[in-house]
Write a protein that binds this ligand. Sequence first.
Ligand code: ADP
Length: 401
Amino acid sequence: MNILVLNCGSSSAKFAVIDSADGTEHLTGIAQRLGTAEASLDYSHNGQKHVQKLPGAGHDQGLRAAVQVMDDLGLRASLAGVGHRVVHGGSKFASSMRITPEVVAQVEACIHLGPLHNPPNLVGIRLAEQLLPNLPQVAVFDTAFHQTMPARAYTYPVPHEWLTQYDVRRYGFHGTSHRYVTQKAQELLGIAANEGCLVTAHLGNGCSATAVKNGESVDTTMGLTPLEGLVMGTRSGSVDPALLGYVARATGQTADAVLDALNKKSGLLGMSGLSNDMRTLQEAAAQGNPRAQLAIEVFCYVLAKQLAGLVVALGRLDALVFTGGIGENSAEIREKVLNLLGFLGLQLDPGANAQAVRGKAGRITHSLKPQALVVPTNEERMIALDTAALVSGSFAGAQYL
Ligand code: ADP
């Protein structure tokens, strides 16, 4: 079943036409730099890349151009539905949902929690409804997978009214990726969908890790926002919240400006002063750059510490799963992390670790229980699978809270 997967951000819209059954990507593309003179539609079909300049185009024109490409390639007629990535579903959505006016209203009601992401996600939903009016639309939430977390994992030790009046709690993100790699890891382990104690580590530009017990998220490192938890490309991850006021006073900046720096100028970029890109840092570290070396050391140490912490939520560890650009490709980072976690019984297999790169999945430890796996993620495929299941009525476990 061909599904249009749409990920609409503030200045770009990523799209893909995917066969949900076998994952074939018939078309992938991005309308980017929207709202600027450099706006363009870049897409790839049958291995061929195309760039269409769209100076001054906004989301509307960008998506119209994408739909025109689908028309020209004869793909539009094959579509069975549209699956939208929606970042924040708050506590309202515990699974993907067929989009109705009520669902749209609830996504709007979550804007205070995802003020940067939900508005462009809603723009994508409205435009797709206009441009493809006869197709069913589905919302797939980054937060939904984590709605199974127990109160002890999602409750912050802060005044209770912050939760009841302002919805302050841990939500967690990257849920579509954690869910996808959980299913793939369960296949590799030969266990059922409701079995296993896994820790999944999604390490891309954004990084988060999740404790998955019997197929359900029971704790995760990201929180109210994606700033909490692991060290990331430009985000600090967890720091003493008192530094916000301290640095604001010390530098004369507003607290919002300091928060912005924690999101955009910290993490690997902030520590190294060089780049948010792990490849660049690994190269610089190999040439002796001390700040790149320290940034990598802090990244791995904090990662190992938080991964070990998630095992508390599980009671035992069957498998640690690496995914995302760093998790899928950097044998060096995986080696450092597994060496720090040796006390859990994880024993690195250096040969297998070196092999598991560029989309190859597999076990990278000699140890079997626990073991470490590399599993390439595919959030678009997961969105296509959910959309196909909801469109065809075979979706199990949809919940509307
Ligand atoms: P996003 O979160 O934006 O989807 P990705 O999942 O593509 O990002 O991950 C991007 C990160 O993966 C970057 O830090 C990049 O340097 C890193 N990465 C990709 N390939 C490698 C590699 N071979 N070795 C080390 N890091 C890599």
